[in-house]
Every structure is written in C-alpha cells, then in structure tokens.
Design a protein around this ligand. Structure first.
Ligand code: SAM
Length: 295
C-alpha cells in the first residue's frame, strides 16, 4: 500500500508539471509514454518526465499550441505529420568516435583476421551499425577496416548504418563534426581521415569525414521494431546502447532477428550496460559485451 508520504510526493510531482508554462498532466505523460513504447520500443518511466517535458515543449512552441493535452491530441489526429518529429524528439543520441574502444581492438585482433581467412574467396565484409546515431560509430568501423585491409586489395567492404531518428541519419550522411566531437582523435587519425571545412553556419571550422571512408557506408532510416528490407548475411552487427531503453520482450525479439541476419558464427557487439543473459540463447558470450552466434 502507498504511504501518505509517497502519495504526497507523487501529487507534488504531478503538480510540478501541471504548474509549468505548458501544463503536462499525468494523462498526457502516460499517452506520450504509450505511443513512444508502441512506435519505438523506448520505455519512458516516471523518472523521464523532466526529459520528456523539455523535449516535447519545443514541439509545442513550434506548433504554437498551449498545453501537452493539445499536443497529444495533435499527435493522435495527425500522426502522418507529427510522428517523425515526435520520435526524433524522444530518442537519446549520445555517441562518440571509438566509444568502448575494446570493441574496435577485438575487431582488429580477432574478428578481422578470421574474416580475412574465412571470406578469402568472396572477399566480402558486411557490417551493420544498428542505432548508429550521428555516425561516429560507423565511421569508427570504417577507419578500423580501412586500416586493417590496407595490405590486401579487392575487398568489398560495406557498412550499413541505420537509425530511427531522421535528424541523426542526415548528420551521419553529411559526416561533418564540430571540433568538440573529434577532440578524442589523435592528430594523425584526423589528418588521414578528415578534411577541415567551413560549415554553412559560418561558426568556426568543422571536420568532414574523407570520401575514402564515406564510400564504405550507406546511411538509412530504419525502425528496429519495423520491417527490415535487408536480406542478411552480415559478418558483424553493432547494436550498442540502443536496447537499454527497450523492455525485455522487445530485446528478445530484436536479438533473435539479429541472429537470423548474421552469418554462422557472426559477431554481435552490444553496449557496456547491456546483456543477452536471460534474454536469448542464440549467442555465446565472448566477454566484455561481445557475442558470437551459435550455429
Ligand atoms: C545512445 S544512441 C547509441 C549510438 C551508438 N550505437 C553508440 O553506442 O554510440 C541510441 C540510438 O538508438 C536509436 N534508436 C532508438 N530506438 C530505435 C529504434 N526503435 N529503431 C532504430 N533506432 C533506434 C536512437 O535514435 C539513438 O540514435
């Protein structure tokens, strides 16, 4: 049973949102959380109320609405106009170049030598960065492969980079990053793989990924909960820091679909706070959030 204190706290929480410039009632938040879960798999618990308020309020201002209730009504009656903006608003896109660097070390030391031998006849390497955000992950993969395959010619290397959020897919395609985004990269990596450009915004220099890396990658919008147009045959799938927001059922369905998309013994890399333990038995753990499909 809820204590009086807990009831008072939850009332205070609800009131703190109904008192704001644009009131957000419990029913509004519940509606937003339900649509988010149905359309994207993202779960929005009560602790996400502040985040949702600040992200959706921007849409409310742009649409010149007065309340969250009006926004919910608009989303409900005009999904074709608003759903993409809504899903773009609720995604969390935190990423960086060579994030979780041990994954790239493992690719270099173990996965790529194995693939060079296993795929020596087809000379094909197929990789999927699922939930690629603004592109730092697939470009880190491209840098790793470009270097690792510099001693052999004729390899056909393709990286598919997909995300639900249309804004981050456009950013990834453009491949232009402000200095803050590349500050973790060494001077020699920057020199070899980026060109200094002056963006249209005119706000200082930026770094554009060189064409020799862009050619490996195809960026597309794709909802991991929806239909996938790809045939499969991937050697490696990166799906890192994406399912952390999904419930266990959605995770199980997704990982089983990844198993179907991977070649026998294909590799799956997930995020540092994610696990397949208790979710699917289609993969064996190689440690440190690296898995191999059981054939
Ligand atoms: C935190 S970022 C992770 C980026 C990158 N993988 C990394 O680890 O640095 C999570 C990404 O997953 C995407 N995402 C969330 N739900 C999705 C879905 N249902 N389908 C496709 N992408 C989704 C978000 O738009 C976001 O860009």
């Amino acid at each position: 049973m809820q204590t009086l204190k807990a009831i008072k706290n939850s009332d205070a929480k609800a009131n703190s949102f109904s008192d704001r410039e644009f009131p957000m009632l419990d029913a509004d938040f519940d509606f937003i959380a339900r649509v988010a879960n149905e359309k994207t798999g993202i779960q929005l618990g009560n602790h996400k109320r502040d985040m949702i308020y600040s992200r959706i309020v921007r849409r409310i201002r742009l649409l010149k609405l007065q309340t969250f209730a009006e926004y919910c009504e608009y989303l409900n009656s005009h999904p074709e106009k608003e759903m993409t903006n809504f899903t773009n608003a609720i995604t969390t896109n935190l990423t960086s170049f060579f994030r979780e660097e041990h994954h790239f070390d493992f690719l270099r030391s173990t996965v790529l030598p194995e693939i060079k031998s296993k795929n020596r006849v087809s000379k094909k390497l197929r990789v999927w960065s699922a939930g690629c955000s603004t592109g730092e992950e697939p470009y880190s993969l491209a840098m790793t492969f470009h270097r690792a395959f510099s001693d052999v010619s004729g390899w056909d290397i393709k990286i598919l980079a997909t995300d639900l959020d249309t804004n981050v897919v456009s950013h990834g395609k453009a491949g232009v990053y402000v200095p803050d985004r590349v500050e973790g990269l060494s001077a020699s990596i920057l020199k070899k793989n980026f060109n200094v450009v002056v963006p249209a915004s005119g706000r200082g220099n930026a770094y554009e990924v060189s064409p020799h890396l862009k050619r490996y990658i195809t960026f597309n919008r794709l909802n991991l909960l929806g239909d996938w147009p790809m045939k499969g045959g991937f050697d490696v799938i990166f799906c890192r820091n994406v399912v952390i927001y999904f419930n266990k059922d959605a995770q199980r369905i997704l990982f089983d679909r990844y198993a179907e998309m991977l070649k026998p013994n294909g590799y799956l890399f997930i995020g540092h706070s994610e696990t397949l333990h208790g979710v699917t038995s289609r993969f064996e753990s190689l440690g440190r959030t690296i898995y191999r499909k059981i054939s």
